[in-house]
Design a protein around this ligand. Structure first.
Ligand SMILES: Nc1ncnc2c1ncn2[C@@H]1O[C@H](COP(=O)(O)OP(=O)(O)OP(=O)(O)O)[C@@H](O)[C@H]1O
Length: 234
């Protein structure tokens, strides 16, 4: 389980997170929602070690990740799939996938993970020798997720997995997210502007506003909460 307690963080003098407390439980899909600029990505940067919080604690499976470098956090089982599908366009699909295994030194594990990714995402196998820049937007998002899988994660953190994708492709990506959960047993923490799709897969939801958690509950509870219109524009 991932547990954040009273996290404060920001950029220079600008404080963005004003005491964030939440949990993402093992084998669940946890979703963070909230309007632009409320601190969702900043929270993910704190969890993944890219941004040092000014206060509070982050624990993964009972062990503090405070002070750990990003690659140590990846080794502990948390892998970040960043926004914008940042694949390297001139490198092939296979080469991009190999980059995701940068924390693993054992070649047999890397090769096994590659086989598992190709079994799980056969479309990537078909395109393994293509430059990644030739893939469609949805395939690039799939490749970003596949690259995340190369590090043998226990928890995948997905930042805006449906950003800039058509409704149909967004649905495909969400179906893939559910398979990660049900077929591979990977815990998921995701942030998305697509409230409808995110609520369809969520086990538990946190809503942020101005660097605070302002609501939390199951997706069903959240749908019923009358103030959702105010925070989520639904
Ligand atoms: N590197 C940075 N330096 C200064 N300010 C930043 C930096 N990164 C983000 N911010 C600011 O911090 C605030 C929170 O940004 P954050 O990316 O966490 O928001 P978000 O909730 O993920 O929003 P969005 O849904 O638009 O991605 C924003 O006002 C943003 O402009």
């Amino acid at each position: 389980m991932l547990k954040l307690t009273n996290i404060t963080a920001g950029y220079g003098k600008l404080q963005i997170l004003n005491g964030i407390t939440f949990q993402a439980k093992e084998n669940q899909i946890t979703v963070i929602l909230g309007s632009n600029g409320c601190g969702k990505s900043t929270t993910l940067k704190v969890i993944t070690g890219l941004l040092k919080p000014s206060g509070g604690t982050v624990e993964f499976n009972g062990i503090s990740t405070g002070g750990k470098r990003p690659q140590e956090i990846v080794r502990s089982g948390i892998t970040y799939v960043t926004q914008n599908k940042d694949v390297f366009p001139s490198m092939t699909v296979e080469e991009n996938l190999l980059l995701g295994a940068y924390t693993i030194s054992d070649k047999r594990t890397v090769s096994r993970n590659m086989t598992e990714v190709f079994d799980f995402l056969p479309r990537l196998k078909e395109r393994m020798n293509s430059p990644s820049g030739l893939l469609s937007g949805g395939e690039q998002q799939m490749l970003s997720i596949g690259r995340g899988l190369m590090s043998s994660p226990k928890m995948l953190i997905l930042d805006e997995p449906s950003a800039a994708l058509s409704p149909k492709i967004s649905q495909e990506i969400y179906a893939l997210i559910q398979r990660l959960h049900t077929e591979k047993g990977i815990s998921i923490l995701l942030v998305d502007q697509n409230v409808k799709l995110a609520l369809e897969v969520a086990d538990y939801v946190y809503v942020f506003s101005e660097g605070h958690v302002v609501m939390s509950g199951t997706a069903k509870e959240l749908r019923e909460w009358e103030l959702k219109a105010f925070y989520l524009g639904m």
